[in-house]
Design a protein around this ligand. Structure first.
Ligand SMILES: Cc1cc2nc3c(=O)[nH]c(=O)nc-3n(C[C@H](O)[C@H](O)[C@H](O)COP(=O)(O)OP(=O)(O)OC[C@H]3O[C@@H](n4cnc5c(N)ncnc54)[C@H](O)[C@@H]3O)c2cc1C
Ligand SMILES: *[C@@H]1O[C@H](CO)[C@@H](O)[C@H](O)[C@H]1NC(C)=O
Ligand SMILES: *[C@@H]1O[C@H](CO)[C@@H](O)[C@H](O)[C@H]1NC(C)=O
Length: 616
């Protein structure tokens, strides 16, 4: 008996020594990766727009400086880099901005990235809860909590209808007496040309009446030439048939009819015109009016160096590749980043959290306290958070955000990792990231709830799923995803889940439904195609010969992959994770066990030195 225990304690000591050795040598390579990671990614987040397009990307400071008390009108997209809908919308929005590029001195097509931490106060202030959100801010807009801009609702992602949306917004503003620095954008509705000069200014010598098909060329021409003095431009639509017939131009649309002050039609036949704009420029040149200096507007007070930041792509891809080769594992960095993102960029977004929303938040925090893997100080932090949300009937978003900010201060030892993605890192800045982190975190929580409650009775098997459901319903910024998820939850009968294992499997199946829906979607990361999980390559035994799932094996696979023992700490600071061991959520985490961390370092120092010596 005594002999046996000596043997086992010797083995125990051996294992401790071995594990410390492994940890240290591991952390050497980890540190270099960690540093490289920092250097490459930096703290800037590359949003969906950059210097090569016409969308004016704002950040909190430029928003405050430029949008308030502006002599221009602002059309602003509040977006979120990781939201699939925003990524799909980005090409459309770029085209909209391109359409309005020549009038940036009066109307700006802009965007602000709400997934970028520095924009958090702005996105919260404007109560942006779903992405993308379009808001219009009129000229001379002043900070006013009762006027958070005009919400503009888009029907689809079609370019022309989105351009029309901006035009209609301006027209409605002009009808209210605002947006007077922008030329009138109403179409010409009269049945002959006699009213054209009534609309012009008294100093205008020539008027151009554009008659368009459905190509939106009229408004664009008006805006392009809006600084040219002594001319007036308006446009009529194809639907104004009486006018078109009276001019006899129905076969040559789009066209422009040039009128002089006395109402005379100067010209209306441009059979070989390159473009309407060229016609106008040529005509004005002939009249001695130089337009060039008025038609190219250069606004670029933006910080280009920030926008064009060159990320060293090859090194970054090398890292992605390394991580990918590790197969189905999870990273502490992703779990922490997902949680921090959720607290700061999502939950803190709500000004006041109360009612059902608060209830959802409580369930979420409750589950985090119980199952989220975090350092001991981190555990205290989560506990403080749970007090904050349970002790009051109404919680301010800013309170949560302050608590998290405080937790991120140096010397707090709460977060072990930089706020970046590792396993969830996409091959481009706008793919993967946060939504991947959310899935990973909740899979982990379902599995961990299973691990920690084996054999326990009177335990709600849906605890984690309910928390997730509430989170996705009330806080997840991707409105579209949230809708889909809620629908799926009711279709797939989330309420009938009756054990912790079923909860794991429910979420696995639900995630696969989303994967199937998104396979081949333009938002897919080409390096991470949406496949049914797990792949046959990673888990051959998860499918029968006939191709159908072997649920028992899938369950084993899930429990292994999302187990706390399978967390990888690349890029994370092990000293934080194991600082003052004991009550942290790492207690169930086998290898490093409840050994005093200082002791570990002491035991291993000689080995470590030997290792360095040997490798030189
Ligand atoms: C609740 C929710 C709903 C969403 N709905 C939509 C939507 O409607 N439209 C839309 O465009 N985007 C939606 N998304 C985002 C989308 O699902 C992906 O998260 C995003 O496209 C990033 O994909 P990814 O390649 O990083 O892999 P993700 O799908 O995010 O998966 C992350 C990781 O989880 C693992 N995994 C994959 N499948 C499973 C599984 N079945 N079980 C366990 N682990 C798995 C893999 O290791 C994978 O790398 C939603 C996200 C969430 C969290
Ligand atoms: C801007 O982004 C596009 C595609 O998203 C890319 O092709 C282009 O090189 C980028 N330009 C700059 C200046 O970063
Ligand atoms: C596939 O094979 C398994 C086990 O052999 C069986 O249980 C299952 O019903 C089969 N599925 C189909 C669709 O044939």
């Amino acid at each position: 008996m005594a002999k046996n225990s000596t043997v086992s304690s010797n083995i125990g000591l051996f294992l401790i020594v071995l594990s410390v050795y492994v940890t240290i040598s591991y952390s050497v390579s980890i540190n270099s990766i960690h540093n490289r990671f920092r250097r490459n990614v930096g703290d800037t987040v590359q949003g969906l727009y950059n210097a090569s397009d016409d969308v004016e990307e704002l950040v909190e400071s430029s928003f405050n400086k430029n949008v308030y008390k502006s002599d221009r009108a602002w059309f602003i997209e509040f977006y979120n880099t990781w939201c699939g809908h925003c990524r799909k919308y980005a090409p459309t929005y770029k085209a909209v901005a391109e359409y309005f590029r020549d009038c940036k001195d009066i109307l700006v097509i802009a965007a602000i990235d709400c997934s970028n931490e520095i924009n958090e106060p702005t996105c919260r202030y404007f109560e942006i809860m779903g992405y993308p959100s379009l808001r219009y801010f009129h000229e001379n807009y002043l900070e006013d909590p009762l006027n958070l801009g005009l919400t503009v609702i888009k029907a689809n992602d079609e370019i022309s209808s989105n351009i029309q949306l901006v035009i209609n917004t301006i027209i409605a503003e002009q009808d209210k007496g605002r947006a007077q620095m922008i030329p009138k954008l109403h179409p010409y509705n009269h049945s002959d040309v006699s009213k054209v000069f009534e609309l012009a200014r008294s100093e205008d010598k020539f008027a151009f009446l554009i008659i368009e098909n459905v190509d939106l060329i009229g408004v664009q021409t008006i805006l392009t030439f809006h600084r040219v003095p002594h001319i007036f431009i308006t446009y009529a639509l194809k639907s104004n048939e009486v006018l078109i017939d009276s001019l006899g131009v129905s076969n040559s649309l789009p066209t422009v009819v040039i009128l002089s002050r006395d109402g005379r039609v100067v010209n209306k036949n441009f059979t070989n015109a390159v473009s309407l704009k060229d016609v106008i420029i040529k005509f004005l040149k002939g009249e001695g009016i130089e337009v060039e200096k008025y038609v190219t507007y250069n606004s670029d007070n933006q910080d280009k160096s920030l926008k064009e930041k060159d990320l060293k792509k090859s090194e970054e891809n090398e890292m992605i590749d390394k991580v990918r080769r590790m197969g189905d594992v999870i990273f502490q960095m992703d779990l922490e980043t997902a949680l921090r993102f959720s607290l700061r960029q999502e939950i803190s977004r709500t000004k006041i959290i109360e009612g059902d929303k608060l209830q959802a938040l409580r369930s979420y925090v409750q589950v985090l306290v119980k199952y989220f893997p975090i350092s001991k100080s981190g555990h205290h932090f989560l506990y403080d958070l749970s007090l904050l949300v349970t002790n009051s009937d109404s919680v301010k978003g800013t309170d949560i955000s302050s608590l998290v900010k405080e937790s991120e201060k140096e010397g707090k030892f709460i977060w072990s990792s930089p706020k970046q993605w590792l396993g969830c890192k996409g091959s481009t800045p706008e793919t993967r990231g946060y939504p991947c982190g959310v899935w990973t975190m909740f899979h982990f929580l379902t599995v961990n709830a299973g691990e920690q409650n084996i054999g326990r009775r009177n335990m709600d098997p849906k605890e984690v799923l309910n928390a997730m459901y509430g989170y996705i319903k009330y806080f997840f910024g991707c409105a579209d995803c949230s809708q889909h998820f809620q629908k799926m939850a009711s279709e797939r009968k989330i309420e009938q889940v009756s054990s912790l294992n079923e909860a794991i499997m429910w979420l696995w199946a639900a995630h696969n439904v989303v994967n199937a829906r998104l396979a081949g979607d333009p938002t897919e990361d080409p390096l991470f195609p949406k496949k049914q999980f797990p792949t046959a390559e990673h888990c051959p035994e998860c499918r029968y010969q006939n191709g159908s799932w072997n649920f028992y094996q899938v369950e084993q696979y899930m429990k292994h992959m999302y187990s706390s023992n399978n967390i990888r700490y690349i890029g994370s600071d092990m000293k934080v994770i194991h600082s003052d061991d004991g009550a942290s959520n790492f207690h169930s985490n086998g290898i490093l066990g409840p050994v005093d961390s200082k002791l570990k370092w002491l035991i291993l120092m000689p080995l470590y030195l030997g290792y360095i010596y040997a490798s030189h």
